[in-house]
Design a protein. Structure first.
Lengths: 167, 193, 653
């Protein structure tokens, strides 16, 4: 059994001041339609780098959808995070083509360098690490994307060089 | 609504349009096991244990009887070697999570399911969704829902809503096939934090 | 840009564009698909712009940033028109030379050309390269000629003429007939006959409750661009590189079934595709190809883009529709087809990106033309993403019926590194592995299914002798335990147990009876799962058991991994007869597990070794002293006094 609490287990960080007006604006951009729920959440996630509980409650209220549905969506889809993400999001592709070319070794190297495992964010909120199941750059496998920028033909010993460019 | 004539286990059954095979079977006293079905709730089709064989237009296939609508001249079999094999497997897979569930144990006897076939993983929840769906569709409170997906999927109470509603309600408790106490446990944990 | 109000006006407009374009004007086409962007085509573009301005050539030379050319292994790709000189792996440093030598001087820069590895011949034109020569790029071919952000480029190559033809007096029945006659089958994986799917929505079956006249019922057309199969990126390149082709097909389909609303559901992992589709829709609306009274025909149609949020299962058609309704994208248990009751319970035609992109071709050139490509029951071409252990990785479009051998060897250039082919995996997590003895299989829907795999969306992953087939099965089940929606028991629980068994086998804990248990769980999932994800999940397992059972048995009975891949079952060992004590592996070992010194043969301490494989990779190939052992104990270390290498020096001779 898991409880999806609002703020208990978050890393120590600046709690992003959630602007209710901005949330309302995003909802209005989608004509306040319940069917646009996932699109609304994507926009909130993209702007805030996570989905604050208060934002979800506001969405539930304005779109008139149960909070349970919103929480299910927020935990079902990989794009969403209920805790703040780091400044830089590392995505290591574990798709079949990348796997066959040794992606797990790249992942091991990144884990060693950052000290975090997939799904985690480091304590400085610098890096968040996720595995992705295919970025669509299969010809360049193994592939690692940082903040949307794709780095192809990654070798485990090259990861340090790539990561040190990010602060 | 027009009348539909079909056959279940060799018996001629008269059903109404828009009835499911399960409803039609129940109307003539033919028993099909279910775990995620409840007459007050929309059919869910998740446990798959109500699976039956249907033959129509020369084609035979396996379908879940709680969802499949009756058709004219449909021929239904509720038991067969294949069906029993599937039900046995479903029970064994679920018994790994809830070996003490009375409902599962009863069915296990009928289908020869071995509760020790798979390594135990005590979660008690078999994901029938009865608690979630009852709270959403009947009580309309949405105090409990599913989160996540795949093998990590779980039920989760919303503390703010549960603390207000559940203590006086608890109508989902007796619905839980694995243990009425399981739901209570989760709830108390939620309220305590 | 002004609205185009009739097919005649469109033709006028097209002629106008062409008259303003000089085919002899130098144009540098730079591939800017996602893979080339990852290889640096943005920097090349910046360099091109800078250099052209510097040389004062801005009026005389055009730069066109095109979509994916398909030969992703060799990007960034640059083609200089009108000569069609093709350069590969272009870097910003090459740009000044390209401008002065090739664009101005009309001379070829040899080092940037493609070299055919079998003949050592340098090839100037893209179309003559074996990779391209053996393809039939009906759908992807246009990518090289257009900037996806320019609707005028699309119109210039004949775009929207199919739509004009349809709205110039064809009836919806005639459109349906043409698509049915073409035998186009769904390119997303199901291979369902598209014309029949459309027909079902166009003419509503009478037993639908409350059915009204077909024209009164709201219907939908949907593009499934949730391409989730790992290793597949055909849809990505089509949407990024030629979004209008998909839109045009969609509008025609909407007309055929009587839909006025459409959706494009794109993975959010494809931001460039989302961007280019959004631009394309805006442009199409400006020109009047979308919206009200399209080309003066009285037909209205609007389309919306919805993004996915990172779930493979939401690409399943009922799950996708559920997500469009704003709910969790889980599949629905249903026995009524979506073309009768789909989105919001209304008739909905959902097709894959590639399926829609084929429609304008079929309308323009006719079903008879289309049926000359392909096999008896699979017509047209298919785009495959040829990736993995293959020399020429990229997107390949071939007629159905081409053999696997031709795709992998003639087009793909075979297996790199002198390794042996082992298997090719098709159909993503729903497909299976095909072994060497079936390489002459003629690829089509039915042949692949017969072989125990399936077409799927077109992913084709080549594996060599170093790939462990048990690990491949474990990999796919691992993927599916994460991606399954978790609703039904056969899939969620069946996969959970299969995952445990396969993981145990790969770490040496396999037991007698495991294979039979995997087969039993597979049967239950195939028979009783709620959706196609669960029903096809066992395919990778069953196909590897079918063709590579010996590997499973070696893992279980001998605790041996024949491919020398499974970490827990292999040991790294330095062959003392080959070691030259060069110290390279010793220094690179991340856990300092190698003992040795200059002229002292190195030994790996098996207790410390983490099996990272670094020593294996860095040992110079002329020594090849590090080997992998599996299924037998590591030889004991040689005695200390035997470890010193006596080097012959010239003095002692």
């Amino acid at each position: 059994m898991r409880l999806v609490h609002s703020s208990e287990n978050e890393p120590i960080c600046e709690k992003a001041a959630m602007d209710t007006d901005r949330i309302d604006q995003i909802i209005d951009n989608h004509q306040g339609e319940a069917s646009s729920l996932i699109q609304v959440l994507l926009e909130i996630q993209s702007e805030h780098r996570w989905l604050p509980r208060e934002a979800l409650e506001r969405v539930s209220e304005k779109l008139k959808v149960p909070l349970t549905r919103i929480l299910h969506i927020a935990t079902f889809y990989k794009a969403f995070s209920l805790v703040p993400k780091g400044r830089h999001e590392i995505h290591v592709c574990m798709g079949t083509a990348c796997h066959v070319r040794g992606a797990s070794r790249v992942l091991d190297a990144v884990q060693d360098l950052t000290g975090i495992r997939p799904g985690e964010t480091d304590l400085d909120l610098k890096f968040s690490l996720e595995t992705v199941n295919c970025l669509g750059c299969c010809a360049l496998g193994p592939v690692m994307a940082i903040d949307g920028k794709t780095h192809g033909k990654m070798a485990p010993d090259e990861t340090a060089d790539v990561l040190k460019n990010y602060d | 609504m027009s009348e539909i004539l079909l056959q279940i286990d060799g018996k001629k059954v008269q059903a109404r349009e828009e009835m499911t095979i399960l409803e039609a079977a129940q109307s003539v006293g033919i028993f099909i096991p279910t775990l995620c079905h409840h007459e007050k709730l929309e059919p869910y089709g998740a446990c798959r244990i109500c699976i039956v064989e249907v033959t129509v237009g020369g084609r035979t296939r396996l379908v879940v009887s709680c969802v499949y609508l009756v058709e004219e001249n449909l021929v239904v079999r509720t038991r067969s070697e294949k069906i029993d094999k599937i039900r046995k497997a479903i029970l064994e897979l679920l018994l790994a999570h809830a070996p003490d569930s009375p409902k599962l144990q009863d069915l296990a006897k009928e289908y020869g399911a071995d509760k020790d076939r798979f390594e135990k993983e005590a979660s008690f929840c078999i994901h029938c969704g009865l608690c979630v769906r009852y709270c959403a569709e009947v009580k309309k409170k949405n105090a409990v829902g599913f989160i996540d997906r795949g093998i990590r999927k779980e039920i989760s109470f919303i503390p703010e809503i549960a603390s207000k509603e559940c203590w006086d309600c608890k109508e989902c408790f007796p619905l839980c096939p694995t243990s009425a106490l399981q739901a209570a446990y989760v709830l108390i944990e939620a309220l305590a934090s | 840009m002004s609205r185009i109000n009739s097919p005649a006006e469109l033709e006028q407009f097209r002629k106008g564009i062409l008259s303003k374009r000089d085919p002899n004007k130098p144009c540098i086409a730079l591939c800017s698909g996602s893979a080339c962007l990852a290889s640096g085509s943005d920097q090349v573009a910046a360099s091109l712009e800078e250099e052209i301005e510097k040389q004062g050539l801005s009026d005389q030379v055009e730069i066109r940033r095109t979509g994916c050319h398909g030969f992703c292994e060799r990007g960034p790709i640059t083609i200089i028109h009108p000569e069609e000189t093709s350069y590969f792996q272009v870097e910003p440093e090459d740009v000044p030379e390209i401008i002065s030598q090739t664009v101005k001087g009309k001379q070829v820069i040899e080092r940037l050309l493609y070299v055919d590895p079998s003949t050592n011949e340098k090839i100037i034109h893209e179309s003559e390269i074996p990779f391209y020569k053996n393809q039939e790029r009906l759908v992807l071919g246009s990518n090289v000629s257009i900037d996806p952000k320019s609707i005028d480029d699309y119109v210039a190559i004949g775009g929207y003429s199919a739509l004009a033809k349809v709205l110039s007096g064809m009836t919806s029945e005639q459109v349906l007939e043409e698509v049915k006659k073409s035998n186009l089958r769904g390119r997303g994986g199901g291979g369902f006959p598209t014309g029949i799917k459309w027909q079902g929505a166009a003419a509503l079956p009478s037993h639908v409750e409350g059915s009204r006249n077909a024209s009164g019922e709201t219907k939908y057309v949907i593009v499934n661009a949730d391409e989730g199969d790992p290793g597949a990126y055909m849809n990505r390149s089509t949407l990024e590189g030629n979004p209008h082709s998909v839109l045009e097909g969609l509008i025609i389909g909407a007309f055929a079934i009587g839909a006025q609303e459409g959706y494009i559901y794109v993975r959010q992992e494809y931001p460039l595709a989302v961007e280019n589709v959004d631009i394309a829709i805006k442009q199409a609306e400006e020109y009047g190809f979308l919206g009200g009274n399209i080309l003066g025909s009285g037909f209205d149609f609007n389309v919306q883009v919805h993004q996915g949020a990172g779930a493979f299962v939401s690409g399943e058609s009922t799950a996708l529709m559920t997500a469009l309704e704003g709910k969790v994208g889980e599949p629905r248990p249903k026995y009524i087809r979506s073309n009768v009751k789909g989105l919001w319970g209304r008739p909905s035609v959902l097709n894959n990106v590639e399926t829609w992109a084929n429609v304008p071709l079929i309308i323009n050139k006719g079903a008879d033309w289309f049926t000359q490509f392909g096999t008896e029951r699979s017509k047209g071409t298919k785009i495959f993403s040829l990736v993995g252990k293959v020399t020429n990785t990229g997107l390949v479009e071939v007629p159905m019926g081409t053999t696997l051998r031709d795709i992998i060897y003639k087009i793909g250039g075979g297996i790199p590194g002198g390794k042996r082919f082992k298997a090719v995996q098709t159909g993503g997590p729903s497909g299976g592995c095909i072994p060497e003895e079936l390489l002459d299989l003629q690829v089509d829907f039915d042949e692949l299914t017969r072989a125990g795999s399936m077409m799927g969306s077109g992913g084709m992953i080549v594996m060599d002798e170093d790939t462990c087939m048990v690990d491949v099965a474990r990999y796919f089940i691992d993927f599916l335990t994460d991606e399954s929606c978790g609703k039904c028991v056969p899939c969620r629980e069946g996969l959970r147990q299969m995952h445990k068994i396969l993981t145990n086998i790969t770490v040496g804990k396999g037991r007698e009876g495991d294979i039979e248990l995997l087969e039993e769980l597979s049967e239950v999932a195939i028979d009783a799962s709620l959706c196609a994800l669960g029903r096809t999940a066992p395919n990778p397992v069953l196909s590897t058991i079918r063709y590579f059972r010996d590997e499973y048995e070696a893992h279980i009975k001998e605790k041996r991994c024949p491919a020398l891949s499974c970490k827990e079952l292999i040991s790294y060992y330095i062959d003392p007869t080959k070691c030259q004590a060069c110290m390279i592996c010793l220094r690179k070992c991340p856990v300092e597990a190698i003992d040795g010194a200059k002229s002292k043969i190195h030994i790996i301490d098996q207790e410390k070794c983490t099996k990272c494989g670094t020593c294996f990779e860095v040992c110079p190939s002329r020594f090849g002293a590090v080997i992998k052992i599996s299924g037998e104990p590591v030889p004991s270390p040689i005695p200390e006094d035997a470890r010193t290498i006596v080097r012959k020096s010239k003095k002692n001779e």
